[in-house]
Design a binder for this molecule. Sequence first.
Ligand code: SAM
Length: 204
Amino acid sequence: MFVRPMGKAWVKARRHDRFYRAAKKQAYRSRAAIKLSQIDRRYGLFHEGAVVVDLGAAPGGWSQVARERVGPKGRVLAVDVAAFVPLDGVEFLRGDFRDPKVQALLFERLRDPADMVMSDMAPKLSGTRAVDVARALDLADAALSFAVRALRPGGIFLTKVFQGEGYREFLKQVSGHFEFVKGVKPSSSTERSAERYVLADGRL
Ligand SMILES: C[S@@+](CC[C@H](N)C(=O)[O-])C[C@H]1O[C@@H](n2cnc3c(N)ncnc32)[C@H](O)[C@@H]1O
């Protein structure tokens, strides 16, 4: 009988499948929902009644998690350049987040300062690592500028980045606006990918 060797790649693939299955089982729209749940369990991102802005929200896994955590008194405002199948209790705005008109509309809809701004925005991958790292950092940078203006003092910012050139500088830049800054990599994020999350708490 042929026994398949349980190589590292196979073990990893199976583990990641586990997160895919977990997302499906909980009826989340994306595997990314599990990453946010893991970060939340560890660091306690949400509270009942919180106002949350979700940048790069489609297909909607993060918005689902936020919706569950903030409860009926909270608000979730989601933005994406791609289409978004409506989700109960999630206010969606379609457009390129970097467009000043889209940001102006978002501020208008927000009305009050947000408790949390989270961004899982990712560029279309070019296949050239340096280009993808730089594009992801540009998006994270745009999310940071918005978060600094949109958050209440003490608010939380979470953003996806790709580790590489500019990552350390970005952490430093975020540190200038928050009391606590940390790079996090949930176990559900594929180990060999450059994906990281920057978590910042306590907007100054
Ligand atoms: C990894 S997916 C987000 C997954 C989402 N967090 C979830 O749980 O379903 C990245 C998203 O970022 C969006 N995106 C990328 N650049 C954007 C931009 N400039 N403005 C708005 N959305 C953008 C993409 O359209 C894509 O839907």
